[in-house]
Design a protein around this ligand. Structure first.
Ligand code: NAD
Length: 493
C-alpha cells in the first residue's frame, strides 16, 4: 500500500491534521493507498508557497527555462509511462489497454505547449499618431487546478502544461477518488527543474480542500473539470474574487447516425462512444439517434456487439469493460437503470450488476427511449446508453440539441454535404464526423451551454493562461502642454 503526502514548496509533507483517507481499487475493493487529507491550513500554505515562488524565482520571466523544463518533463513522463499506466488502471479500474492508449499521448501536451511558448509572438496593433504600440503577454500568477477522477493524468496534463508554459505557479487539487498518479507529478516536475513552490499538490475533499482553493482570493485563475454543479460553485467563487475561470463540465453526448451511414462503422463507433472507459467519460455517447429505416437492424447489431464485450479484470489486455469508480457511482448508475425502466424504456441488454467483488455493471442499452426521459437527459456517467428513433433530419437535429448539455456530438455519414449541414446546426463545442472521442493538444476542447466555459487545448488555451499588457510609446518630439492656455482641441486622433 502506498502512502501519499501533500507536495508543497518542492517537498512531500504530511498534512497539518495528520489525517489520511483511503483509496480503493474498484475492481477488488482492496485499499491501495492512504492519502494525506488537506484542510484550509494546508491549502493556505500551498498558495503562499506558490505566491513566493512566482515572485522570487526566474520562472515567470525566463521563457527558455520553461521551454527546457516542459520538454524534460515530457521525457520523464515517457520514461515512467509503464508504472503510471499500471497504477492509473488499478486506481480507476480502467482497462489497461485503454489506459496505455491514453497515457502514451501525455507527453504531447508538454511538447505542444513548450512549442507554443517558444513560437509565441507579441503584436504591435496600429495606433494613431507618433506612437510605437505593442503588447506583452504575461503570466497570470497563482492558478488553481481542480480535476476529476475519470482521466486523472490526462485532464491534469491538459491544464498543467499550458499553465506552466504561461509562466504561472500552480496549486493542484486532484480528485479524492484518484489522487495517486497526480501526486507522482510532483516528483517528476522537480526532477525536470520546476522551481520549488511553482507546482504544489493538495489532495483532499471537494468541500474542504477544493473549496478552500477555489475561494482563495490570491488566485488569478481557477480551472476545473468536474460535474456541472461543482462548476457552478467554483465559477461563483471565481466571479466574486474577479478571478478568471475555465470550467469543463458534464456532458450528454449525442451520436447521430444519418440514414446513409455505413451500418458496421456506425455500430462499432457507437459501441466505442458508449462504452469506452466503461462509459465514464464526459463525451460518452449516451444518446444514439438512429433513423427509423435502420433502427431494428442497428439495435440488433449493437446489442450483439455489446454482449460480446469482455467484462472483468482491468489489468488483463482482454478486458473491454472494467468496474465503475466507487460504490456511490455503482449505486447511482443502478438507480438510473431502475429509473429508465420505470419511465417505460426497454432494457435491450445488460441492466444488472456483473458478478465479482468490485463495482461491475453490465454494459446496458435502453431502447424505446423518448428524448424527454431522465435517462436521455441526465448525465449517468456509467456504461448505460439510450437508442432513440428519428424520422426526419429536422427532428434529429431538434432532439440532439434538446438537452441542457453541449459538450460533444458525433455524426456518422458518407454524405459529405448532409453531414456538414447537420454539423452546422448542432449546439456542441466538439463535433466529430465518422469518429468519436478524438483529441489533440492543438485542437480546442470545451463545452457549450451547461457543459462549461472556456476551453482546453490550442493556442487559445495558452493565451487564457496569460494576461496582456499594452505598452504605448510616444515618439514625437513635438512639445505638448494641454494647459498652455491656447484653448485648442488636441489629442483627438
Ligand atoms: P466532481 O464534480 O465530483 O469533482 C471534480 C473535482 O471538483 C474533484 O477534485 C472534487 O473534489 C472537486 N470539488 C467537488 N466539489 C467542489 C466544491 N464545492 N468546491 C471545489 N471543488 C470541488 O466530478 P467527478 O465525479 O470527479 O468527475 C465526473 C464529472 O466530470 C462528470 O460530470 C464529467 O462529465 C465531468 N468531466 C468533464 C470533462 C470535460 O472535458 N468537460 C472531462 C472529464 C470529466
Amino acid at each position: 500500500m502506498r502512502k501519499i503526502n501533500l507536495f508543497i514548496g518542492g517537498e512531500y509533507r504530511s498534512p497539518s491534521t495528520e489525517r489520511y483517507f483511503q483509496v480503493i481499487n474498484p475492481a477488488t475493493k482492496d485499499i491501495v493507498a492512504e492519502v494525506a487529507e488537506a484542510n484550509e491550513q494546508d491549502v493556505e500554505l500551498a498558495v503562499q508557497n506558490a505566491l513566493h515562488a512566482f515572485t522570487n524565482t526566474e520562472w515567470a520571466h525566463d521563457r527558455q527555462l520553461r521551454f527546457d523544463v516542459l520538454n524534460r518533463l515530457s521525457s520523464l513522463l515517457r520514461a515512467n509511462l509503464d508504472e503510471l499506466t499500471e497504477l492509473e488502471s488499478v486506481i480507476t479500474g480502467r482497462p489497461i489497454r485503454e489506459m496505455k492508449a491514453q497515457l502514451l499521448r501525455l507527453p504531447e501536451w508538454y511538447e505542444y505547449f513548450a512549442s507554443v511558448l517558444k513560437t509565441m509572438e507579441n503584436s504591435s496593433p496600429p495606433f494613431s499618431g507618433s506612437y510605437v504600440n505593442y503588447t506583452q503577454r504575461l503570466p497570470l500568477g497563482v492558478v488553481g487546478l481542480i480535476t476529476p477522477w475519470n482521466h486523472p493524468l490526462l485532464i491534469l496534463t491538459k491544464k498543467l502544461a499550458p499553465a506552466l508554459a504561461g509562466g504561472n505557479a500552480v496549486v493542484i487539487k486532484p480528485s479524492e477518488n484518484a489522487p495517486v498518479t497526480p501526486s507522482i507529478l510532483g516528483d517528476l516536475a522537480k526532477q525536470a527543474g520546476v522551481p520549488n513552490g511553482i507546482l504544489n499538490i493538495v489532495q483532499g475533499f471537494g468541500t474542504v480542500a477544493g473549496k478552500a482553493l477555489s475561494t482563495h482570493p490570491a488566485l488569478e485563475k481557477i480551472d476545473v473539470t468536474g460535474g456541472t454543479e461543482t462548476g457552478r460553485h467554483i465559477a461563483s467563487a471565481a466571479g466574486f474574487n474577479l478571478a478568471k475561470v475555465a470550467a469543463e463540465l458534464g456532458g450528454k453526448a449525442s451520436v447521430l447516425i444519418l440514414p446513409d451511414a455505413n451500418m458496421e462503422e456506425a455500430v462499432n463507433g457507437s459501441a466505442f462512444a458508449a462504452f469506452i472507459a466503461t462509459g465514464q467519460t464526459c463525451v460518452q455517447g449516451s444518446r444514439i439517434f438512429v433513423h427509423e429505416s435502420q433502427y431494428e437492424v442497428f439495435v440488433e447489431k449493437l446489442v450483439e456487439k455489446t454482449k460480446s464485450l469482455t467484462i472483468g479484470d482491468p489489468s488483463s489486455l482482454e478486458t473491454d469493460i472494467g468496474p465503475v469508480i466507487s460504490e456511490r457511482q455503482y449505486r447511482r448508475i443502478l438507480d438510473y437503470i431502475q429509473i429508465g425502466i420505470e419511465e417505460g424504456a426497454t432494457v435491450a441488454c445488460g441492466g444488472e450488476p456483473f458478478e465479482g467483488n468490485g463495482f461491475f455493471i453490465q454494459p446496458t442499452i435502453f431502447t424505446n427511449v423518448r428524448n424527454d426521459m431522465r435517462v436521455a437527459q441526465e448525465e449517468i456517467f456509467g456504461p448505460v446508453t439510450c437508442i432513440i428513433k428519428y424520422t426526419s433530419i429536422e427532428e434529429l437535429v431538434k432532439q440532439a440539441n434538446g438537452t441542457d448539455m453541449g459538450l460533444a456530438m458525433s455524426v456518422w455519414s458518407n454524405n459529405i454535404r448532409l453531414a456538414h449541414q447537420v454539423v452546422n446546426q448542432l449546439e456542441a463545442g466538439i463535433v466529430w464526423i465518422n469518429d468519436h472521442h478524438r483529441i489533440d493538444p492543438s485542437s480546442p476542447w470545451g463545452g457549450f451551454k451547461s457543459s462549461g466555459i472556456g476551453l482546453e487545448n490550442s493556442i487559445q488555451c495558452f493565451n487564457d493562461y496569460t494576461k496582456l499588457r499594452n505598452v504605448i510609446v510616444n515618439i514625437s518630439t513635438e512639445p505638448f502642454d494641454w494647459f498652455d492656455g491656447s484653448q485648442q482641441v488636441k489629442r483627438y486622433s
